[in-house]
Design a protein around this ligand. Sequence first.
Ligand code: SAH
Length: 336
Amino acid sequence: MRAARLSDRNLLRLIAGVDPDENEDLFALARKARKKHYGNGVYFRGLIEITNYCRNDCYYCGLRRSNAKLERYRLSLEEILACCRAGDRLGYKTFVLQGGDDPQLNDTRAVEIITAVRREFPGHALTLSFGERSRESYAAFFAAGGNRYLLRHESASEEHYARLHPPDMNPAARKECLRNLKDIGFQTGAGFMVGSPFQTPENLLEDLRFLEELQPQMIGIGPFIPHKDTPFGGAGAGSLILTLKMVALARIMLPKALIPATTALGTIAPDGWEQGLKAGANVIMPNLTPMAARRLYALYDNKVSAGDGAETLDYLADRIRTAGFTPEMGRGDALE
Ligand code: SAH
């Protein structure tokens, strides 16, 4: 297997492949690519889930607006800053603020939050994940001090995207957002779920080709996991091994990308994070959201969550060392 440009045929063969030796070769190649650019370091990012209100109605997501069973919350600015302070005391140099597409998280409010965090933590990296916005809004977020933005494209295939989302959402709009973000200067993260309903190997190939074209600095890949109060509540979860293969292929095709071992990966297997790192991931995003809110940020069922204190950080750092990697608390910006 060569890291040089993989043909569609070879990629499809790898995606569909079930030969354990071949999968091991793929993971080894991914580890080599990651080691070349990043060594053995694993970057820690503190995740703060600031609101679970959402105007969108994605069929897979527990935060969808039609989920009337979900109790909704919104952190105040003071609560967000308190999370950042707690994270800073633990040594985090990156804060990731994520939310549902909360109508009250308008530009004024978002800029207020970004400005306040930036003022108090001038040297930290600030990652935002506030969904689809206009180019002007993104530019305002960047000017206020945002450095990075996560917006998974979810599915690059028009047809598959339409089976995961209501008709008022489309992949072209999302791809446009991603291009705007990159253009404005954000370190930009795209990504997708593995094993979501109706997904084919060809869809996954299209996702990889989209990443190759966009060249995002960050790539989030995790298994689909059903949430009981959604239209896909009865569907099966995505497979661990296929998710790992997609992480490895993303690493091989975009060797300099920052790729997290995602929460969803840590949810479907007790050692999901370690396996993700061994398949080429190099980021981990422990949760800093207050415990009471955290259980309400219910994207899918049984979302894993460790504690939030120093013991948890030590525990995670230990797991990472045991897996053969080095915890890194620095900003960990994208290369170049
Ligand atoms: N509103 C923001 C954040 C969305 S939640 C945005 O639109 O970007 C973050 C990610 O969780 C989503 O991009 C999606 O890929 C993932 N997610 C949502 N529901 C999921 C599920 N049931 N299983 C696995 N991942 C899910």
